[in-house]
Design a protein around this ligand. Structure first.
Ligand code: DLL
Length: 456
């Protein structure tokens, strides 16, 4: 099976590797019927395995009056209880593990800025499956064996660094394990080692491109041809910004620690139309995030917007049943991999949603609108305040102007952004256009929202 990928930055290419052909995993080319048949068997195994081995699942299933043998067809999954981050926190650190500790080859954990961290574990087979799926994503995004991969995802407890690393190695690439931060050093090594591919969060790649320009290096002149970006929401406008700024092809990679890490879904470079979820390993569902109906009725149809829910189909150390991701998106039919459904762009997380005088707003909406205004840069943050004596919340969008934009042009751009936000989102806000370089830069996942409202 061959896959035809376009070849960006070909003129400046230094790699002796062809990016046009690739051999796919047999599961990538399965039909929808084949995938669903595979899913049913794996799902039946997983719910029974979780029930037998993890006390929390036994308790939850028993409380809901449901047994693994009740799963006769795929839609029966809708009758099983959800799992949440709270469940993982309660079972901290290892209570959700389904194998003895001696069989756990590695653990990762979330940063735990709010409450206890969530801990996840992997057997040797889980690590091999994870590496295979990340390799699948990278290949789909244009990466080929023999290419040099600069990995700027953070190494450590975060799943990004080591997860991406193992995937690139499994694909047969030369990995440069850079991690996040030390931007000038990253740039030096990009120039010296001449990688073909960069793996980073989209906002960190923006930091790198920006820093290159400030160091007098033309970001389009590097050896980089492909970027595989994820770990935070990003828009088509941001893709365009990065592709033009660096003369690369940029594809999405999605994942979360509780379900595996990066590599749950990945985007194909030839279509760039959203990430295909690898449905031979994960069964996705969409539910109403605010008020899921009881039983099977809680599952929304393909194309409907809601919260993404995942059930793992092959995991040994941490089987996860109906995990509520809080990520808001929709399921779409597969294109470049017809057996696997795609996810639409993630508009945001249900817990990152700003409710401003009754109107729902996500940072990605601001990104989309701001990047259509030529005088404004992609560097922005959202500040929520409640001025003293007032009951109304106030949103201020602080955004950097681009270099060489005059004060007069900035004033006009601020007005246009304010008006566009009012028209497209429905919220009134204040816009402050600030000097280039004055807002905090990303080293990984960028914090966009600063909530300065009085607590309680
Ligand atoms: O961010 C795993 C990852 C690492 C994915 C590197 C891709 C690349 P967590 O730290 O557990 O894991 O955060 C998971 O990040 O629920 C989403 O809200 C967000 N997220 C991850 N990938 C994307 C993406 C890693 N491509 C949380 N688009 C998820 C939008 C993403 N949001």
């Amino acid at each position: 099976m061959t896959l035809h990928a376009t070849e960006p930055n070909a003129a400046s290419s230094t790699a002796a590797v062809s990016a046009t052909d690739a051999v796919l995993d047999p599961e990538e080319t399965m039909s929808r019927d084949q995938i669903e048949a595979l899913q049913l068997g794996r799902l039946q195994h997983t719910v029974a395995y979780a029930y037998d081995r993890v006390p929390l699942y036994k308790r939850k299933f028993d409380d809901a009056g449901i047994h693994p043998t009740d799963l006769r067809e795929l839609s029966d999954l809708g009758n099983f209880p959800f799992t949440t981050k709270e469940d993982l926190r309660q079972e901290y650190p290892f209570g959700m593990f389904a194998v003895p500790q001696s069989e756990v080859a590695r653990v990762h954990a979330s940063s735990g800025t709010t409450g206890r961290p969530t801990v996840v574990g992997y057997t040797k087979k889980d690590l091999a499956d994870w590496a295979k799926l990340v390799a699948r994503c990278l290949r789909a995004s244009g990466v080929r064996p023999g290419m040099k991969v600069h990995n700027a995802y953070g190494y450590g407890l975060f799943t990004g660094g080591l997860g991406a690393h193992a995937g690139a190695e499994a694909l047969g690439c030369t990995v440069i394990p850079m991690s996040g931060g030390q931007t000038e050093r990253q740039i030096q090594l990009i120039q010296d080692f001449e990688p073909d591919v960069i793996l980073a969060t989209p906002t960190y790649l923006l930091t790198i491109a920006d820093a290159m320009a400030h160091m007098g290096i033309d970001p389009t002149s590097t050896s980089l041809k492909y970027a595989v970006l994820g770990a935070e929401p990003w828009t088509q406008e941001m893709r365009h910004e990065l592709e033009v700024a660096m003369n690369i092809k940029a594809c999405d990679i999605y994942g979360l620690s509780e379900v595996m890490g990066p590599g749950v879904a990945g985007e194909c470079v030839e279509t760039q139309d959203g990430s295909h979820i690898w449905e031979d390993h994960f069964r996705p569902e969409i539910i109403d995030p605010f008020n899921p109906a009881p039983g099977k009725e809680n599952v929304l149809g393909d194309g409907e917007h809601g919260e993404l829910v995942f059930t793992s189909l092959t995991k040994e150390a941490l089987p996860i049943i109906r995990y509520r991701t809080k990520d808001l998106t929709r399921l779409l039919p597969g294109t470049a991999r017809p057996g696997h459904r795609r996810m639409g762009r993630i508009t945001g997380r249900s817990d990152d949603m700003i409710i401003l005088r009754g109107v729902n707003l996500f940072p990605s909406q601001i990104e989309e609108i701001a990047l259509r205004i030529p005088e404004l840069s992609p560097h922005f943050q959202l500040e929520l305040t409640r001025p003293e004596g007032q009951r109304m919340d106030q949103l201020t969008v602080k955004i950097e102007r681009r270099d060489n934009v005059t004060t007069e042009q900035s004033t006009t751009a601020a007005r246009v952004l304010r008006e566009q936000i009012k028209i497209h989102v429905g919220s009134s806000c204040t816009v402050a256009v600030v000097d280039p370089g004055s807002l905090e830069r990303s080293n990984g996942k960028l914090r966009r929202i600063y909530d300065m409202r009085p607590k309680g």
